[in-house]
Design a protein around this ligand. Structure first.
Ligand code: GTP
Ligand code: MG
Length: 358
């Protein structure tokens, strides 16, 4: 359903529309990021610093930027976003250490006064990804005109910045219509970028609605590009899968349910939706029967649960620390190998804690 496909496609310095590869020079704050930090002080005149790795949410007013982020980061119910006020200034949502998602005011003209609210060339540093939210139920051409202005500015600083077009508010549309809209937008964007000599190698299109997990799945794909040592994480998860005979593993951020990494087998939306629903159900159960842990204790344990996928697969969750857990899907027989899973899980958890300290 989206431009990332099942494991191939353009990423930072890789292959067409599809899975991301690691950004170049991971671990360093490059010159462009420095520009961002300096400029931030100029614009906001405060001690606040931008996160080193950042996702920028931009788009026309009322396209749904704040709703998406409130549902994901503040667990707001989709229906409670109906009467949100317009965003007047940049708002930060922190994910894991060093990665933040910024919600910008929507602007519909590029006069100096409006443009100064978003200034893409200030924020488009080296480890930055742009999300441009398009309201699929509104005037698409105006959205795209605005998108091109933002892309021109952002690419003047970082020509390789990933551009993620969230085609939002697709609830209520038939699958056929969704595909048609995505195809139409994709054609228009790529054609125009070609005319304007803009770099279209890192453009991704994702269908979203705040009424299901599509927003989490889409943002997970965006964020994975920014996660430090993402290719090492993938290798670690591949090894966990093969050593433990698992079909799929997601590394999940507990607070948002975004997946920060997964093994390299194709990711199917129903697997991730199932993971989100299971975590919700477990949270509800945990809320009803809280487990006491002594102060300072890292509650790192495998939680085996026996919810079936089509009656043949089962899932279990290994908690890495208070923020991260591994959501594992495997065939039923795997669930009986508890000691092997626990042993492998503890090794993997240790490696992941080194890469992503709390
Ligand atoms: N049907 C539908 N409505 C949505 C969706 N996402 C957001 N909305 C609605 O769109 C309206 C505007 O949402 P906001 O999140 O405030 O939009 P915004 O892009 O942050 O707007 P500005 O802050 O003015 O730039 C709200 O009434 C939301 O409930 C969606 O996926 N489907
Ligand atoms: Mg807003």
């Amino acid at each position: 359903m989206n431009g990332y496909g099942g494991g191939g496609g353009p990423g930072a310095g890789n292959n067409g529309i599809g899975m991301y590869g690691p950004p170049n020079g991971l671990g360093n704050t490059g010159p462009a990021a420095d520009i961002g930090l300096e400029a931030e002080h100029t614009v906001h005149n405060s001690e606040e610093q931008l996160a080193e790795r950042r996702v920028l949410f931009m788009g026309l007013p009322r396209s749904g930027k704040t709703s998406i982020l409130k549902v994901i980061f503040e667990q707001e119910l989709a229906y409670d976003t109906l009467s949100l006020m317009p965003t007047l200034q940049r708002t930060e949502h922190r994910l894991i250490t060093g990665i933040s998602v910024y919600d910008f005011p929507g602007i519909d003209d590029f006069s100096d006064s409006q443009y100064s609210l978003i200034n893409p060339e200030i924020y488009a540093g080296e480890f930055t990804s742009l999300v441009f939210v398009v309201d699929s139920q509104s005037d698409i051409q105006s959205s795209l005109t605005s998108l091109f202005s933002v892309v021109r500015s952002a690419q003047s600083v970082n020509p390789h910045i990933p551009i993620n077009v969230f085609i939002n508010k697709v609830d209520g549309l038939s699958d056929e219509l969704k595909q048609d809209i995505q195809h139409d937008i994709q054609q228009r964007v790529l054609k125009n970028m070609g005319y304007e000599n803009l770099n279209s190698a890192n453009v991704h299109f994702l269908l979203t609605t705040i009424f299901n997990e599509s927003i989490r799945e889409a943002l997970s794909k965006v964020v994975q590009y920014l996660v430090p040592r993402n290719s090492s994480l993938e290798t670690i998860l591949n090894s966990f899968c093969s050593k433990s005979s698992l079909d799929k593993v997601f590394l999940i951020d507990a607070a948002t349910k975004l997946y920060l990494a997964t093994d390299s087998s194709p990711t199917y939306s129903p697997q991730y939706v199932f993971a989100c629903q299971t975590i919700d159900a477990m949270d509800e159960i945990a809320g009803m029967c809280p487990v006491q842990t002594s102060e300072g204790e890292v509650d790192s344990a495998m939680q085996r649960i026996t919810i079936g996928l089509d009656g043949i697969a089962e899932v279990f969750i290994y908690q890495i620390n208070g923020n991260l857990s591994l959501f594992c899907i495997g065939v039923s027989q795997v669930i009986n190998q508890t000691s092997l899973l626990e042993f492998n899980g503890s090794k993997i958890a240790k490696a992941i804690r080194k890469i992503l300290p709390p």
